[in-house]
Design a binder for this molecule. Structure first.
Ligand SMILES: [Ca+2]
Ligand SMILES: [Ca+2]
Length: 109
């Protein structure tokens, strides 16, 4: 598979695999989210932005509609935030903690 094929299928597969573990299917509750972060994020750079050790904060950062669980849309948004953080790190612009608890990246412009 080409690299982007892998990225896209991995995002979907990881979400489906972990979200169907318990509780509502296609929603990650706190326990499921913790497992995703522990097992599917290994790079220290990314762990610095979202960490299973502070699952309350991670959930707050990801759960945009405040229903206590992470749906696929919220999951994708977080993946893209992490990708942007990594991008800015590679290109030397750094990643700053945004307003409130939300870790955001320096904008493109
Ligand atoms: Ca679930
Ligand atoms: Ca939610």
């Amino acid at each position: 598979m080409a690299r982007l094929d892998q990225v896209i299928t991995n995002i979907v597969d990881v979400f489906l695999e972990y979200s169907e573990d318990e509780g509502k299917k296609r929603q990650l509750n706190k326990e499921e989210l913790k497992k995703v972060l522990e097992q599917e994020i290994q790079s220290p750079e990314l762990k610095g932005h979202i960490n299973a050790d502070d699952i309350e904060e991670a959930m707050e950062m990801m759960d945009k509609n405040h229903d206590g669980e992470v749906n696929f849309r919220e999951f994708c948004r977080c993946v893209s935030v992490l990708a942007k953080c990594y991008y800015h790190k590679k290109t030397g612009k750094g990643c700053k903690k945004g307003k409130g608890k939300e870790a955001e990246c320096a904008s493109e412009d």
